[in-house]
Design a protein around this ligand. Sequence first.
Ligand code: BT5
Length: 260
Amino acid sequence: MKETPFAVQLPCEGLGEPFYYYPMLPSTNDTAAVLAQDGARHGTLVFADEQTAGRGREQRRWMTPAGTALAFSVILRPQGCSGGETLPYAGLGAVAVADALAELGVDAAIKWPNDVLVGNRKLCGVLAEISWTGEKPDAVILGIGVNVLSGAVPPAESIRIPATCVEWERGSISRADVFHRIVCALGRRLRAGEESWIQAWEQKLAFLDREVVLESASGATRGVVRGLDAQGRLQLERGSGIEPIHVGEMRMRLVDRREE
Ligand code: BT5
């Protein structure tokens, strides 16, 4: 751990104390999980300037080149953590990033469950995981990766959907500024409570009333996106009615890709 090269005023809204800055880590989620198992408190934040093994869902890779992006994980200790609630927290992270972007004049949408899109290009990914102490689930590790400067955007051939960054959408900006806004927004949303952030998540939902295909290892499901339920599950309308989808491993794409 070293001094951060940029000045960030933390904590904000109860998050970011303690703040661990690393020039390079395999994955901030992994380091945060170790800290959580050692008893790190709610609001502990782990930030890496560069990740060498950043993870997305299902062990997909998340790329974080040095000096260009935000890659951080917050340890949350919700009351009565039951181990089953990563889905709403993926939404919390995405909503906080969308809030920060809105403050900067950038309109973002959230592709369920965890992608923040601007103009249908991915600017941020969120990975919420449960940390266990022995048999007991006792923390949510909320990992957030944001492309801020153009150097953060991976080469087109290495990613599935086109990517963007804050700099392209908004002009010159400092990582510290974006980071501070996201942490503060996260704290505010957390304080307002799950119902409130799920509502905000639904309002920002991409592809509302559009036909999509959800793909998972076990197959594909087609339907029309109708919103979210109180737990953050996708309400997908199919021939048989509305079906709640909670499997966070699903990938969503529009049926008509020409409109993306
Ligand atoms: C995600 O997974 O989008 C979640 C990413 C979470 C990253 C954060 S960084 C801090 C913390 N520490 C970690 O190790 N992880 C978290 P998923 O929906 O599975 O999307 C992964 C896909 O996004 C990849 O397969 C690529 O196609 C694409 N991708 C990878 N890096 C990208 C980037 N920098 N910008 C845009 N797309 C990217």
